[in-house]
Structures are given as C-alpha cells and as structure tokens.
Design a protein around this ligand. Structure first.
Ligand code: MN
Length: 425
C-alpha cells in the first residue's frame, strides 16, 4: 500500500500519520468524554462517531480505552484497518469524504484534541533486550570483563514494573524521593533523586491474552501484539544503584513510565520487519525466531533545559539495535505459565546503538555523569534537573511516506517536600 489520502496533512513526506499508518488512540475535546480515534494527517478521526453513523462495524470505540476493540482479535483488527484505509484513501469509499456534515463531526484537528492513555494497562513488564545498553551499563558497574551478565545472551531478562504509574505523553513527572547510598558513605540517606534519567524504549501492547499455564511459541506470541508505542522508562539511578541487588529495580522505576498516545499497529509496521542481530550464543529452541520480528524504526531523544526555548538532539538510534524482539520477550514471559492479558505492556529495555551518539539514556550519554552534555544555550547537564523536558520520537521510513509514532514528552517537577519526621536528627 503506497497511497494518498484526501485528509489534510496526510500526504506530506514527513507526516507521521499517512493513510498507511492509521494508529489508534483515545481523545476528547474540552468537556467531552474520551473515546477512541485514529490519527490521519493533521486530524484525529472520531471512531465512535463513525461507528454511530453506521460506517464501521460495531467495535467498542465509544469506550475510553482501546481494550474492548483489541480484545476482538486479529481478524477484527485486519478488517478495521482495511475499512479505515478505504474511508480515508483518495478514490476509496466516498461515504465520509463526500458528507460535509459528517466530516465536520468526525475529523477533529489534532491541535484541538486532548490525548489520553490509549489503553488500560493490565500489567507492565520491562525487559533489558538492548545489548549496547546492557554492555554500557555493565562496563560502568562491573568492568569490561563482566559487562554482560552470564544469563544475558540466553534470556530476555525482565522485571515486573507498575501498571498504575504508566502515563500518557505530556503528563508531568514528579522527581522521586528515596533511599540513596552516597559514594563512600557507610549509611544511606533519604533524599530526592539526584541522578534522574530517561530510558528510550519501545513498548509492545498486547491485544490478546493467554490462559494461565499455557506457553506460547515465538510465532504465536508475535500474533498477540496489537501494536507499539514509544516508552520512556524514567529511572532514578542513585536509588537504583543502592536497591537493585538481588531482586532488580523497584523504587527507582515505579514512580513513572511515559508512553506516546498513538498505538502504531503491528500491521502498519509489517513492511519494516528486520532480522535480529547474529546470535552470539545459540538460543534455546523455544526462543528462536521463525522470521524477522524486529522493526527498522528510527528513534530520537531531545532535551530542553528548564527555562529554555529550544531543545537539543541528544540521541539518535534505531529499534533494530535490540537483541531480542518483543515476540521473543513475550514467548519467554509466557513459557512458564504466566497469564498474559489484553492491555499488557512490554517495555523493550533501553535501545542504544553502537556509537556515542546512539545512547538511549543519560547514564550512558554522560557516562555515569563523568562527561557532561552541553545543550543548546551552552547549558550543561549530567542528569535531569527540575523543569527539564525530554521528548522521544520515532518513525519507520517507507518509500515516500513515514509510519510515525508522534512523540512521548515529559517535564520533571520538583520532588515532594520531605516531611519533618523523615529527616535525620
Ligand atoms: Mn527500562
């Protein structure tokens, strides 16, 4: 499919939302109830209104989340994608295009739409599937000899995060308070995190679940993934360093995870599938990929210092740098019998590339704070200061069009004031 749309803004070569994309989200205008929509050009098309007008099959789009639609399954997703493409393609079904009143009701300018969490997050698991990131962090913490943990080349390592604090792009993020062991100290202190960071990740959204006790093959796992979002796994590195052994991150990660508002479907990304990198160690058969399951998605991180007008590009990488695909992560997740649910979110882990300019976290970019970053305006940063804004963006580049993700933005607010009784002495 390489076609044009009659909707404004959809055909520009750098548009995020051409008719080939059709990502799903949840939106409202001021005073309205949130409902499902699809992004097309400079607009969000109101899917609940299209459903009421009889132009779409009944699909649960009046709900304030995509879960009811996702639960209908892969055949329904494919049928809806074909139907929406027909409605929005030049020379397709004229039912919407030629009905001025309906068009005015259905097409809401993106600039006037408030975007909400696109789905109810059933569970959130964060993986660590980027080899460059795992090696960089390993070199910093354990030295070059032991950069990768011994299990890393065999297992897509993950931990269970908090679904309750997954928020949509634009939600302000409060700096966490926590327990920190200062360098050289013997006892920990209680303080706002001083080493607040981002993690540039891709999130896989499950549109179908499994029964408890039912393993999945990698191919079956791939079929359950409805789509992908950009994901910023905000991380408090000082809290993490003190708490993470032996059970992994806890308070360092639970305070916030931001996602982009549009779920880009696996169907839209299908032309951009690429093979995983060569295996440094053979995988056990249950984890082997039957075909290309990573995606060629260009990713960027921008940072704007508090009080500044302009942001700076601080990283550029690609989702194909991952070592394990989301399908492999999901197959590993389910293999022991874990029940997976509609609305589960799987974070990929930080996606860094081979070069210095391809690093997906400030921890790596500033090498643990040792090599400060200079932003536009000559401002230096080691980690995130209050008032700083971080923006992730991404797209898959097609022939004359892009499958865009939009952006995932968050601004850091000051930590809550510690209560008097929490202070020492
Ligand atoms: Mn992470």
């Amino acid at each position: 499919m390489n076609s044009k749309s009659w909707v404004g803004g959809a055909n520009a070569p750098e548009a995020d939302f051409p008719v080939q994309n059709l990502p799903y989200g949840v939106f409202s205008r001021a005073g309205e109830a949130p409902r499902c929509g699809v992004a097309i050009g400079d607009y969000v098309a109101d899917l609940a209104a299209l459903e009421r007008a009889g132009l779409l099959a009944e699909s649960g789009f009046s709900a304030p989340v995509l879960n009811p639609f996702m639960a209908r399954g892969k055949a329904a997703w494919a049928a809806m994608r074909a139907r929406l493409a027909a409605l929005f393609t030049e020379g397709g079904d004229p039912a919407l295009r030629d009905d001025a009143a309906l068009r005015a009701a259905v097409l809401v300018p993106l600039a006037r739409a408030q975007l909400h969490m696109p789905f109810a997050v059933a569970g959130y698991t964060d993986f660590y599937a980027g080899r460059h990131h795992a090696e960089n962090v390993g070199i910093m913490f354990r030295g070059a000899e032991n950069a990768l943990p011994p299990n890393w080349l065999s297992i897509p390592i993950g931990y269970n995060g908090r679904a309750s604090t997954v928020v949509v792009s634009g939600t302000p993020i409060r700096r966490p308070l926590g327990q920190i062991m200062p360098p050289g100290a013997e006892l920990p202190v209680f303080s706002p995190s001083q080493r607040l960071d981002i993690e540039l990740e891709l999130g896989a959204v499950l549109g179908q679940g499994t029964e408890m006790g039912t393993p999945l093959s990698v191919a079956e796992a791939d079929e359950l993934i409805f789509g992908y979002v950009l994901l910023n796994d905000w991380s408090a590195r000082d809290i993490q360093a003190w708490e993470y052994q032996p059970l992994g991150p806890f308070q360092a990660k639970v305070f916030a995870t931001s996602i982009s508002p549009w779920v880009v479907t696996s169907a839209a990304l299908a032309p951009f599938r690429v093979s995983a990198p060569a295996r440094a160690r053979p995988l056990l058969p249950y984890l082997r990929e039957p075909g290309p399951m990573l995606y060629d998605i260009e990713l960027e991180v921008r940072m704007r210092a508090a009080g500044q007008e302009r942001d700076s590009l601080i990283s550029r990488t690609n989702a194909r740098e991952l070592y394990y695909s989301a399908a492999q992560q999901l197959a590993h997740h389910a293999i022991g019998g874990c029940r997976m649910q509609v609305g589960d979110l799987l974070g990929s882990g930080t996606i860094s590339g081979p070069g210095k300019e391809n690093r997906g976290s400030l921890l790596e970019i500033t090498w643990g704070g040792k090599e400060p970053l200079t932003l536009t305006g000559g401002i230096e940063r080691r980690f995130i200061e209050d008032g700083d804004t971080l923006t992730l963006s991404g797209f898959a580049q097609g022939d004359g069009y892009r499958i865009g993700f939009g952006s995932c933005v968050g601004t850091i607010l000051p930590a809550p004031k510690p209560r008097a009784e929490w202070r020492d002495g």
